[in-house]
Design a protein around this ligand. Structure first.
Ligand code: GAL
Length: 801
């Protein structure tokens, strides 16, 4: 979308002069109309550099995902087989004369990585960490009125490999321009806690840092807490600034608070207003929640006084076919899919997330384990963050905590994942240092680290004695004796499972388990030539387990406060156990396109009260083949299976088993499962043998989109036979065509699919693929057509409003 400079200028004038605003602060979306150059031009930092001819784009932007997969990519398949490199961004803008007495800054939510920023040719600084939010103050170098300003950003993701997963490249998160008066709340200058919460009332403690223009200024701060539009508490405090900073801590009381929980995530808003000489000079709104929680060594996690198992998944930050570029709808869709599965927690593996993800978790009811690092000083990849550790770790960790500590969803800080320093004595001092940094900024949440060294005496991060929670990765067999081996310690399974699955792929016998590779050294045996892994929950990385193996242990012990399964969604990179052309992971419960794998229904049957009966696999096999049919179910005692009307017997889950299995000689027709409780039918499921592909059907997740150019509709294209039966193994190539909006990407969830994500041509994989449609700037009608040789094409209409 082009956002004309003059319109931007007008908006800026209106904001800065306070029109239509209740706040004297202007926060302006600064994503539109950047110039981009894929390469390195050192002179591009200069104000008068001629960038005519550069590509014009809107942020957030990830240039890596715009490329083709490449076996020789420097990031390797671990990094998604996509390029890094160097890129430049420039944005030209004007400021009204009225802005000249303001403090103007630019806020970047995240640039991957090694960004350097200039304003009008003046160097503002460098930020190596690709996941951290930061800002620069611009006033000293700004022009006002007719003269233009230019921000130049150099992004260097050329030094590779610097990550164990796909990172994306560029200004892949949001950017804002913020203009404040000289007397204003500092950046991240509001900190809200709820030190005392009962059903009767809650104490809301607010710490405010105000920056002032001069010492000794008489100011006052007004606090208003709102429940939606209703004011429920208010107070005003006079104070004097010392130096140029004023600090204020106040308590407000809320009677009968609505407590935040995963099932009822109630939120409140704090409005803070600053007055200097009775003139309103700043206003800020902060969303917060009221909840109390603790971990107990014997009984696990408690939220608002009630025990709650943390049922979480780890996720990396990429959004599949649209790469790392932040998109709220894409994140919301992922969370919706996970919520329906019964998931109530997210671990932001292994870095600070986009703030929009935390906003969504606040609103939708997810507990967050907010993670800082995958490495400290000791490396995992040759060009990784360990090189920046000494100079940056303190600032990065402080900024993460200051940015995220008002989110009610955030309940655990993780200072690192499988950090090398757990194995040597340097781990002690660093653990203490990092924990102290976190505690100094937020004493209210526990600190953990995801550990793999399971012998207490040999684990120097544990031995530092500074962690509040013992974070155990994998090793589910050790849960049992944890209370004996770690007396009094509180346990969370920070990472589990690492099972491997490709949607719609089934390797018999389903009850023989593949551990790939067996010991990390020997070659992969029993692997499939087409780089697939079985969806029967019978393949796992050798350090992990099947889903059932771990979940059975977690559910057994109250002292295991919860788990974070590796992973909720497949992600780009780390295609263990396969080499090229595999380029995305097999670990997800949901595939890269967002289609649930069968294992999704195991969790839904265990984690929700929704009645579940999931029968698989499909029913299209070579005649006579012995096929294992599985069912996941809940709220029933037994399931009976029928093949072409004949009963193949009734099964009950045996012992700890979480599924039932029939071994059946295939014959075409219909298999049907019936679940019953006390003899009464609960649910039935039927799968029919499909004929050849005949038709494409399109199902959008939403058909009404917000105009504005950022909203998305995720449209499933599924292939059916002439009788309307889904064809489970259809691989037809589909061509997508969009009018009135744009095609943001296509995918089919297959980890070795060679088509680039931007391609309008996509082969269905096991019957399905996905088209992601982006709304236009304006209101109007969008059409999506899917066509394929020999299939009936399909067109659907979406509305942009
Ligand atoms: C873990 C690691 C994750 C991922 C996973 C794959 O050990 O923490 O980042 O690599 O293995 O199984």
């Amino acid at each position: 979308m082009r956002f004309p400079g003059s319109l931007f200028f007008l908006l800026l004038v209106l904001c800065l002069e306070g029109y239509g605003q209740t706040s004297p602060r202007a926060t302006i979306n600064f994503n539109q109309d950047w110039k981009f150059y894929p390469g390195d031009i050192q002179e591009a930092s200069a104000a008068n550099f001629d960038d005519t001819g550069w590509r014009i784009l809107n942020l957030p932007h990830d240039w890596s995902v715009e490329a083709q997969f490449d076996e020789n990519a420097a990031a390797t398949t671990q990094g998604g087989a996509l390029p890094g490199g160097i890129g430049w961004y420039r944005k030209t803008f004007r400021l009204p004369a009225s802005a000249s007495n303001k403090s103007v800054s630019v806020e970047f939510d995240g640039i991957y990585r090694n960004s350097e920023v200039w304003i009008n040719g003046h160097y503002l600084g460098k930020r190596p960490n690709g996941y951290i939010s930061f800002k620069y103050d611009l006033d000293r170098w700004l022009h006002y009125g007719a003269e233009k300003n230019v921000i130049s950003v150099r992004v260097n993701n050329a030094e590779q490999p610097n990550s164990r997963w796909y990172t994306g490249s560029g200004i892949y998160r949001n950017v804002r321009l913020v203009s404040k008066n000289r007397v204003a709340i500092a950046h991240w200058g509001t900190f809200i806690t709820t030190p005392q919460v009962t059903a009767a009332n809650a104490t809301v403690r607010v710490k405010t840092t105000v920056k002032t223009s001069r010492p000794g200024l008489r100011i006052s701060i007004e606090y208003t807490i709102m429940d939606r539009d209703k004011v429920i508490a208010t107070r005003r405090d006079p104070l004097y600034s010392v130096d140029t900073t004023a600090l204020n801590t106040v308590d407000l009381t809320i009677p009968s608070p609505k407590r935040w929980s995963v099932s009822s995530p109630s939120l409140y808003t704090l409005r803070t207003r600053v007055f200097a000489n009775n003139q309103l000079t700043d206003q800020e709104e902060t969303t917060f929640g009221i909840r109390d929680f603790y971990f107990d060594a014997a009984k696990g996690f408690f939220l608002n006084g009630k025990p709650l198992k943390i049922l979480g998944v780890c996720n990396h930050h990429d959004l599949g076919a649209i790469g790392a570029a932040v998109n709220v709808r894409a994140m919301e869709r992922q969370l919706e899919i996970l919520k329906k599965m019964g998931c109530n927690a997210i671990r932001t593996a292994h870095n600070p997330p986009a703030t929009e993800l935390l906003d969504l978790c606040d609103k939708m009811g997810f507990i967050v384990m907010d993670e800082a690092f995958d490495v400290w000083k000791k490396k995992k990849t040759s060009k990784g963050y360990h090189l920046d550790w000494d100079e940056w770790h303190k600032t990065d960790l402080e900024d993460q905590v200051k940015r995220d500590r008002n989110h009610p969803s955030v309940m655990i800080w993780s200072i690192g994942n499988e950090i090398r320093e757990q194995f040597d004595s340097t781990g002690v001092a660093i653990t203490r240092e990092l924990t102290a940094i976190v505690k100094s900024l937020d004493p209210t949440r526990p600190v953990t680290s995801a550990l793999t060294e399971t012998v207490a005496e040999k684990n120097f991060i544990y031995r530092a004695g500074a962690l509040d929670l013992y974070g155990l990765n994998y090793n589910h067999k050790l849960y049992k004796d944890f209370p004996v081996n770690y007396p009094g310690q509180k346990l969370i399974a920070t990472e589990t499972t690492s099972a491997l699955e490709t949607r719609g792929q089934y390797d018999m016998n389903s009850d023989s388990i593949r551990r790939w590779p067996k010991d990390g050294k020997t070659k992969l045996t029993g692997a499939n030539p087409d780089w697939t892994a079985s969806s029967y929950d019978n393949a796992a990385a050798y350090w992990g387990s099947t889903h059932e193996e771990t979940w059975k242990e977690v559910k057994k012990y109250d002292f295991v406060s919860g788990l974070f399964i590796w992973t909720g969604f497949d992600y780009l990179g780390e295609p263990h156990p396969y080499p090229w052309p595999a380029r995305s992971s097999y670990f997800g419960i949901v595939d890269l396109a967002g289609f649930p794998k069968d294992i999704y229904y195991l969790y839904q049957s265990e984690w929700t009260n929704t009645p579940v009966l999931h029968l698989f696999p499909h029913w299209n096999w070579p005649p006579g083949k012995i096929v294992d049919l599985w069912a996941y179910f809940n709220q029933a005692d037994e399931v009976e299976l029928f093949l072409n009307g004949r009963s193949l017997g009734t099964k009950r889950k045996q012992g700890e088993a979480l599924h039932v299995l029939w071994r059946v000689a295939y014959e075409p027709g219909t298999v049907k499962a019936v679940s019953r409780k006390n003899g009464k039918m609960v649910l039935t499921r039927e799968i029919q043998t499909a004929g050849p592909p005949a038709e494409i059907r399109l199902t959008p997740d939403r058909d009404l989109l917000k105009a504005g150019g950022t909203d998305l509709s995720f449209v499933t294209a599924q292939i059916f036979d002439k009788d309307g039966i889904p064809v489970p193994n259809a691989m037809n190539e589909i061509t997508f065509n969009v009018t009135g909006g744009t095609l943001a990407g296509t995918d089919n969830g297959y980890q070795a699919s060679p088509e680039p994500f931007y391609s309008p041509l996509r082969k269905a994989y096991n019957g399905k693929c996905l088209a992601i449609v982006r709304s236009p700037v304006k209101a109007g009608t969008i059409t999506l057509t899917a066509s394929s040789p020999n299939l009936l094409p399909k067109t659907i209409t979406l509305i942009s409003k």
